[in-house]
Ligand binder design. Structure first.
Ligand SMILES: Cc1ncc(COP(=O)(O)O)c(C=O)c1O
Length: 416
């Protein structure tokens, strides 16, 4: 069949978009560049134009969900529209190539080999794949941190009930004085039966950051596997899984990476390849030589979302991993200082020391109910926070110091 010039052009355009060649985009009107200095407030003010959050709203819940930049939103829309025009086997084959590209870029982003990383739906799914897929037996022990997310907490208890292994839940000091204060509770819980230690890098219910490398290294030296839930650090801190020494690392792309929605990552160190049984079996899993092919390619999925990950990663990397990490610490530190100064009745759940926290600030207002404050922040002031272990704020690069001043003022009014 002879293609009309228009149809031919469209096909080329779609093929180009799937193979990652830059396409004209109406979002590209403001060119994205890296800041010359992280302290340049005007740069961050301008960066807001890359997002579609209305000017009178303040999204400060990155720990929960982040808005994607317009360039990522457009890519998902463009691919969704294209797929709805052509669902042929031939056209959809192009998504396999983009998936490989996304896997490869994500792996590079966290310092993993391409074969060690798979794309799941979210951190919850990745976590549960580990819990349900590991061959543990009665008599084995798993150490979990009491502050783990339910997808890495409750699920261990239910699996232990089913299989008969033991779960040891440990706590750490809320106000650590040293790294050792955070490491020792893990060391003390280890026995000769310990098979795995699993914990959040940064807790979603306290904002406390654990010394991941120290814990992973001490476990490795004893032949114990480690699983780091990186939902609160992937995209907000520079991550190198090989340097960290973890066995498994899980995270979501719709949090601090800023897009696209409904993608997670599952990293499995190559020495442990094949140790996770698939819960859902996809074609070709037995012959698979990569985590993605063995555990994550499961039937028909929403392919435009993972296909837009190269745009999300390019956006992040153009601003710069180090710049983003530094800016998040800057915002977090300023938020803590301003709250302490202007709302003296606020009590902090998150340690004030930056070395023991990440991008999250959690606090309480004595005599005020958490959900009520959270709802008032949204309905009266258009501020998105979260009720999680207290009132949780998690500013990201689409927030500015002005936003923090506005949020602190609102909290001051609600504290009265
Ligand atoms: C530490 C941690 N793990 C897992 C999750 C679940 O993430 P998702 O909803 O993307 O699966 C969250 C969400 O807040 C989290 O904070």
């Amino acid at each position: 069949m002879q293609l009309s010039p228009r149809r031919k052009f469209l096909q080329q355009l779609l093929a180009a978009s799937l193979t990652g060649i830059a396409l004209p985009s109406f979002a590209a009107s403001t060119k994205l560049i890296a800041p010359t200095s992280v302290a340049d407030e005007q740069y961050w003010e301008n960066l807001k134009k890359q997002f579609s959050v209305p000017a009178d709203y303040v999204m400060m819940n990155a720990a929960n969900l982040c808005p994607g930049p317009i360039i990522v939103q457009e890519k998902v829309l463009e691919l969704t529209n294209a797929l709805n025009k052509d669902v042929s086997f031939q056209y959809r084959a192009l998504f396999s190539a983009t998936r490989k590209k996304s896997v490869s870029l994500l792996a590079k982003f966290v310092g993993a080999d391409e074969s060690e990383l798979g794309i799941t739906r979210n951190t919850s799914e990745s976590n549960c794949m580990i819990v349900h897929g590991l061959d543990l037996k009665p008599g084995d022990e798993v150490i979990i941190w009491e502050q783990n997310h339910p997808s890495n907490n409750e699920v261990w208890l239910s699996q232990a009930k089913r299989v008969g292994f033991t779960v040891k839940k440990i706590s750490v000091p809320a106000e650590p004085k040293s790294v050792n204060d955070l490491v020792q509770p893990f060391v003390k819980a280890i026995t000769s039966a310990t098979k795995l230690i699993t914990f959040s890098h940064v807790s979603n219910v306290s904002g406390l950051a654990l010394p991941v490398k120290e814990i992973c290294q001490l476990a490795k030296a004893r032949g114990i596997m480690t699983h780091v839930d990186g939902a609160q650090t992937f995209g907000s801190m520079i991550i190198d899984v090989h340097d960290m020494g973890c066995t498994f690392y899980t995270a979501s792309t719709h949090k601090w990476l800023m897009g696209s929605f409904e993608n997670g990552i599952l990293y499995i160190n190559k020495e442990y390849f094949g140790r996770i049984w698939p819960a859902v079996i996809g074609g070709g899993w037995k012959e698979a030589t990569s985590v993605d092919a063995q555990l994550c390619v499961l039937g028909q999925r929403n392919e435009p979302s993972p296909a837009a990950l190269p745009e999300a990663l390019a956006f992040h990397e153009t601003i710069g991993k180090k710049n983003i990490e530094t800016r998040i610490v800057q915002l977090n530190t300023y938020l803590k200082q301003q709250l302490k100064k202007n709302v003296p009745q606020a009590t902090f759940v998150t340690p004030l020391a930056p070395e023991f926290s990440g991008g999250i600030v959690i606090f309480n207002l004595p005599g005020k109910e958490i959900h009520e404050v959270n709802d008032k922040l949204y309905h009266t002031y258009k501020i998105a926070a979260a009720p999680s272990g207290g009132i949780r704020l998690s500013p990201h690069i689409y927030n500015t110091m002005k936003d923090i001043d506005y949020v602190v003022k609102a909290i001051g009014e609600l504290a009265k």
